[in-house]
Design a binder for this molecule. Structure first.
Ligand SMILES: Nc1ncnc2c1ncn2[C@@H]1O[C@H](COP(=O)(O)OP(=O)(O)OP(=O)(O)O)[C@@H](O)[C@H]1O
Ligand SMILES: [Mg+2]
Length: 221
């Protein structure tokens, strides 16, 4: 997951969707997928054919979650692409927030707690994220998890509060510690060492080292 170094070729259908607005490639992922901004007003994710199913999963989950939490509203989609309305705020790994690691960390922790408190488990049609084994330990608390709770998927507004989340192809019901462990473990590489306690405090929970180690290991497998 990287901020793109070079401009990527822009597919023709993205040019059509832009309708004259400026097209910027803002993100290239590990699967070769690219996210384009259309004048900062809308975004289009374009994935290689081999991974197009992930965007189908994401669209289903966004259409469900948008009623409960700030997530991208789907405008249109097609094979291997997904077009959404821009949420307010900058990604937590934007240079603006990387220069303010403690503030960003608090927003990530509070934002994850808000996501977990807002999405209704009883109403959620999606099972656990794909990377969580069926024989995971008994849950501390089942919530609707983001499923890919890495810092870049949290957006932070100018008021330094979480303004929403993106990237929902793995949303589903699981132990809250699966999301907490992933977010906590990536703070060091995305920001700096020593932020975990601040993150857990912002979320409002004491560390559960055993569950964090379990989910961290599954995530890294
Ligand atoms: N609707 C949106 N509103 C605001 N920002 C968005 C939106 N959609 C995408 N972005 C921006 O584009 C980036 C990439 O989007 P996203 O995380 O969904 O793509 P991805 O390729 O699936 O990511 P990953 O590298 O985690 O696989 C986000 O971090 C965010 O900055
Ligand atoms: Mg992402």
């Amino acid at each position: 997951m990287t901020l793109p170094a070079d401009a990527k070729p822009v597919p023709n259908f993205v040019v059509d969707l832009a309708g004259g607005r400026e097209i910027t490639s803002v993100w290239v992922n590990e699967l070769g997928g690219t996210t384009f901004s259309l004048g900062g007003e809308e975004f289009v994710k374009v994935y290689p054919d081999a991974h197009a199913d992930l965007l189908v999963r994401e669209e289903q989950r966004l259409r469900w979650a948008v009623a409960f939490h700030p997530v991208p509203r789907v405008l249109s989609s097609g094979p291997g692409w997904l077009h959404t309305v821009a949420l307010a705020g900058r990604s937590a790994v934007d240079p603006h927030w990387v220069a303010r690691p403690r503030t960003a960390t608090r927003a990530i922790g509070e934002g994850l707690r808000r996501l977990h408190d807002s999405l209704p488990v009883a109403d959620c049609p999606f099972g656990p994220p794909s990377w969580i084994p069926a024989d995971a330990p008994a849950a501390d608390l089942l919530v609707v998890c983001h499923g890919d709770a890495c810092p870049p998927n949290t957006l932070i507004g100018d008021d330094a509060q979480c303004s929403g989340h993106v990237d929902f192809s793995d949303l589903g019901v699981a132990d809250r510690w699966s999301d907490i462990a992933v977010a906590a473990s990536l703070l060091e590489s995305d920001f700096e060492p020593g932020l975990e306690a601040e993150f857990l405090d912002a979320y409002g929970i004491d560390a559960d080292e055993e569950r964090m180690a379990y989910y961290r290991a599954r995530w890294e497998e």
